[in-house]
Ligand binder design. Structure first.
Ligand code: ATP
Length: 607
């Protein structure tokens, strides 16, 4: 266990907490000093009081008892106040860390956020928390380590004064300077051995936990599956219970094997540490005994020094455990520090988006190619496109052709690997990202609704204007359904956070479309917008779509070829390239991929 590393980790922790809690160092310092001083102050006074009683000085004795009570009371009050502040801080810090993690995650570029390293960092911080209690426990550990450290310093000071009790002229070996240094060296050696063993033990534990990371995340996943009612249907109908329980058992077996191995060596190390500290204690007791027999120290002093040695013994053992825990937790927290201190690869642009009433926003793709980070195949290849203002576009193609990826690039969730995308002639990366996102009203294929009130889902953080929310719900044909719910717009979705309502797949999709309509962005993108809708709802949505989007630019991604008919321009993607482009009749005439997809689907509707 490197002292420098310990110091460094301690510094990291304090500077992290000090951002929100300026007094943390004072609380730890004063609390640790008061807590550590208490037993030693008592020892000094007990020793004095005992000597006074033996000497028959009862009046003096009462004076000392009163001083002892007052001092103990004050020290106790200070220590308890500081300890209590740490308990309160513990919770506050955990919450702050959750908030900061969320804040960091929200402000990261999506591309960066989605990376395996980022997900690993978040997962490792979480598993550190599950295994050891996270930052809150770390603060308590820091407090305890400091208290034990101060206690050890006090104990050493007492042992030193014990060894220096030979100035009265006693000359034998045990009371000479030589014995003092000999025992000091022995003590240092024993401490080094103990620290080394403790260090090895904590490293082993860390290694075990590291090997166990995969098991831990699997166990969290399995527990989430078992306790989340949204998985309940599939698990029951496919009788997946046995599969999940089997996975759980396999994982527990692996965990047990790892921990049993660790437990054996750790038991051995702990045994050696206890033996060494007991030997050290025994040795100092012998010195106390010899000095007492020689009359160098009084009966009260025997009590005091024996107490100090006991204190030293327990402080070393507790200190070693606390330091090990602290170091172990630091390894996990370091991953967190790296994550939180990583400069967010921010969306760099600063240009504001021109506010226009004419929805004149024109996007151009110039030789855009793209591959997902960490992969090596191009999903989009040399795409050249113009999304003209006010026009309706359809993007079609087989599964995996790259349709959603094209939209993700347009929305700046990823940057093109090659080429550029322009908005009104300027590369989109130069625009302020938040401003830029306001242009789009998007419904992704895998849209997500929140377990929050319906109105918050629709307004999605913006101002809740009930009239506009009802209008959007009306447009998607959801008004009557929501009207029937007693809490209306205030009803919470899903049961994840208490009482809530469940929507059908189609209703949820309608709500996601309502959210997009409420946002009222000048550029509407609907990725498989009606996949979950019944034919009547689908027809209604398409019939009303022109009214709903009122001259805005729109892109539809759809596998329902009939829904492309009313689009001005249809882009057919095939294997990442634009294979065909034109309106419905042109593409049918060309008799290519579009025509084949269209006829294939149409054959199921003609008898
Ligand atoms: N985050 C990602 N990381 C790596 N590869 C991805 C990622 N997202 C998608 N892909 C891959 O990119 C390819 C194109 O995916 P995309 O979602 O754009 O296809 P699509 O045309 O929308 O398909 P579908 O019609 O099935 O929705 C797929 O092969 C997919 O596996």
């Amino acid at each position: 266990m490197k002292f420098r590393k310990l110091w460094h980790d301690f510094g990291n922790l304090i500077s992290l907490i000090r951002r929100d809690h300026k007094n943390i160092l004072w609380i730890i310092g004063i609390g640790a000093l008061a807590g550590a001083a208490q037993p030693f102050v008592q020892l000094v006074f007990y020793s004095k009081i005992l000597d006074l009683i033996l000497g028959g000085l009862y009046y003096e004795c009462i004076k000392f008892i009163i001083i002892l009570l007052c001092t103990t009371l004050v020290l106790n009050l200070i220590a308890q106040a500081c300890k209590q502040s740490i308990v309160v801080l513990r919770e506050a810090c955990n919450d702050t860390i959750y908030l900061r993690t969320a804040d960091k995650a929200f402000t990261m570029e999506y591309e960066e956020f989605e990376k395996t390293e980022t997900m690993d960092a978040i997962r490792r911080t979480k598993s550190g928390e599950n295994g050891s209690g996270g930052i809150g426990s770390q603060i308590q550990s820091a407090y305890s380590v400091t208290e034990q450290f101060v206690s050890i310093l006090f104990s050493i000071a007492f042992v030193i004064t014990l060894f220096l009790q030979f100035r009265n002229g006693s000359e034998n070996f045990m009371s000479a300077y030589g014995s003092f240094f000999l025992i000091l060296m022995g003590f240092t050696l024993a401490s080094v051995i103990c620290m080394k063993l403790a260090s090895r033990s904590y490293k082993n534990y860390y290694e075990v936990e590291k090997k166990n990371e995969h098991n831990n995340s699997l166990s969290m996943y399995l527990i989430a599956l078992a306790t989340n009612y949204q998985y309940g249907k599939d698990i029951r109908l496919y009788s997946m219970q046995d599969l999940l329980v089997k996975q759980f058992r396999i994982m527990l077996k692996k965990i047990n094997i790892l921990f049993i191995k660790w437990g054996v060596t750790d038991g051995l190390y702990t045994g050696i540490i206890v033996l060494i500290t007991q030997l050290g204690t025994g040795l100092v007791y012998i010195v106390i005994g010899i000095k007492a027999i020689e009359g160098v120290i009084s009966v009260g002093d025997v009590l005091m020094y024996a107490g100090a040695v006991l204190q030293l013994n327990s402080c070393i053992r507790i200190g070693i455990t606390e330091v090990s825990q602290f170091s172990y937790r630091s390894e996990y927290l370091n991953t967190y520090y790296e994550f939180i201190n990583k400069p967010s690869i921010h969306y760099t642009g600063t240009l504001p988006i021109e506010k226009r009433n004419d929805t004149e926003y024109e996007f151009t793709f110039e030789h855009v190619s793209f591959q997902y980070p960490g992969t090596n195949n191009l999903i989009l290849k040399d795409i050249n496109l113009k999304f003209k203002i006010g026009a309706k576009f359809a993007v079609v193609g087989r599964n995996g052709a790259g349709k959603t990826t094209l939209i993700k690039l347009l929305c700046r969730l990823y940057e093109p690997t090659e080429g550029r995308i322009l908005l009104n002639g300027i590369d989109i990366k130069y625009y302020d990202f938040t401003d830029y996102t306001k242009i789009f009203s998007v419904v992704f294929q895998d849209f997500k609704l929140l377990s929050m009130p319906i109105e918050d889902n629709v307004a999605s953080g913006g101002e809740v204007q009930e009239g506009c929310i009802w209008k959007a719900l009306e447009q998607v044909g959801l008004r009557t359904r929501i009207d029937r719910i007693p809490q209306g717009l205030k009803a919470r979705l899903y049961k994840n956070n208490g009482e809530g309502i469940d929507l059908s797949g189609g209703e949820a999709q309608k709500l996601a479309i309502a959210r997009a309509l409420y946002k009222d962005g000048p550029f509407v993108i609907l990725d498989e917008p009606t996949a979950a809708l019944d034919p009547i709802s689908e027809a209604e949505i398409y019939e009303h779509f022109n009214d709903m989007i009122q001259g805005k630019t729109a892109i539809y991604i759809s596998h329902r070829m009939s829904s492309c008919k009313f689009c001005d321009d249809i882009i057919v993607l095939d294997n990442g390239r634009i294979a065909e482009q034109g309106n419905h009749s042109k593409l049918l005439r060309e008799n290519g991929i579009y025509a084949s997809l269209y006829h294939k689907q149409a054959q199921y509707y003609t008898s």
